[in-house]
Design a protein around this ligand. Structure first.
Ligand SMILES: *Cc1c(COP(=O)(O)O)cnc(C)c1O
Length: 378
């Protein structure tokens, strides 16, 4: 008999319920002003977020997939251009390249699950135009190594930092290294709104000018249409909600790092697991733990065991890396990533969890392997 869920992977109602009164006030305020599209709440949020990240510009976009798509269009990716990305990412990264007109080229990740700079080097051809590191699980890739490669070969970097708001490499925030970066405000992301939302980040005046028009029918601020554009604006109501949630974002990140530290401390002794780098385990990295992604022996049985104990877990991207979606036409063989995807599992990590919840998850994992060991010995 299945136990009642004790620790869901993510508590969606909590995005609203944890702050219901304040959110209802925002609805009334924005609604009474009729301030729905590109109003002062959006401008204010963009300005505050740019300051938070340490970037020159932030522009609210309908979602992070569109933010990437528009960034590729803005740098002029087109037919025959190849863009190298890490296959351990959401299909959205590749789709953004595809819809800009380019060819997405998947490569392997490294032990820390982020893009492997050596694999990037091997994938470069005369058609390569850009590299898209995915700043996965709230950790920023080795941007020094990637920038060196980009400079040597004259490539642009566009960052998929959808999962990495406030994550840093050598003190600099994800999203500010490349020509542009994106952040997602999907509800389960570290800064989540009540629906879809995203933004594009850039330090480049010309990129900013183009992206502003691309998100709004190709119109400049004077209303004149100067290029073909899309409709991909962040709703003003979502911006007002995000603006409020940004007030407590640092506390949310601190809590995420605390939960990661508990997992690390509790699970470190288990030889059947490989854990993500602990918070503060490397001086160059400040991780914000969008996810806690482990590698586990007997992964499927462990997931079933946790489920029977009422614990929700997820396989990243439903269990497949992007190059494994053969329907999309990929033919690359990425053995490291293939092996990884037989072992990866995401444990619950969010701000709705109590310390006891996390300890319960850890206890259930230890219990699973204790029984395994007895079975192996028999
Ligand atoms: C969530 C996510 C996206 C897509 O973000 P949306 O806002 O849902 O479009 C893209 N890339 C990565 C790595 C993500 O985690």
């Amino acid at each position: 008999m299945a136990a009642t869920p004790k620790v869901p992977f993510f508590d969606y109602p909590d995005v609203f319920c944890s702050d219901e009164e304040q959110l209802m006030e925002i609805f009334s305020d924005v609604g009474r002003r009729g301030a729905f599209i590109q109003q002062r709440d959006l401008k204010e949020f963009e300005g505050r977020l740019a300051e938070y990240i340490g970037a020159k510009y932030v522009l609210g976009i309908a979602n992070a997939t569109d933010a990437l798509h528009l960034a590729f269009r803005a740098i002029g990716i087109g037919a025959k251009d190849e863009v190298i990305f890490c296959s351990h990412t959401m299909v959205a990264t590749a789709a953004a390249v595809h819809f800009a007109g380019g060819t997405p080229v998947p490569v392997d990740c490294r032990e820390d699950h982020l893009i492997d700079p050596d694999a990037v080097k091997r994938a470069i051809t005369p058609r390569t135009k850009a590299i898209v590191p995915t700043q996965l699980n709230g950790r920023t890739a080795d941007m020094d190594a990637l920038q060196t490669i980009a400079d040597e070969h004259g490539l642009e970097i566009i960052e998929d930092s959808a999962q990495a708001l406030g994550s840093k490499f050598k003190g600099r925030c994800a999203g500010t290294f490349g020509k542009a970066g994106c952040i997602s405000f999907y509800p389960a992301k570290t800064l989540g709104c009540l629906g879809d939302g995203g933004c594009v980040i850039t330090n480049d005046d010309e990129m900013h000018r183009k992206l502003q028009m691309l998100r709004d029918h190709g119109r400049g601020e004077d209303g004149e249409v100067r290029m073909w554009g899309l409709n991909s604006r962040l709703d003003n109501l979502q911006a007002a909600i995000l603006n409020r949630k940004l007030d407590s974002y640092d506390q949310a990140v601190t809590r995420r790092r605390e939960v990661a530290a508990i997992y690390d401390q509790q699970l470190t002794g288990l030889s059947q697991l490989a854990l993500p780098p602990a918070p503060d385990s490397h001086p160059s990295h400040f991780d914000i733990f969008q996810n806690y992604e482990i590698e586990a022996e007997h992964r499927n049985q462990l997931q079933a065991h946790l489920k029977s104990n009422g614990i929700g877990t997820l396989l990243p991207w439903g269990g497949k890396a992007v190059h494994q979606f053969r329907n999309l036409g990929f033919s690359q063989e990425l053995p490291f990533t293939n092996r990884l995807f037989d072992r990866v599992l995401m444990l619950p990590l969010n701000t709705s969890l109590s310390d006891d919840d996390v300890l319960y998850v850890c206890g259930s994992i230890r219990e699973f392997y204790a029984v395994e060991r007895i079975a192996d010995a028999a």
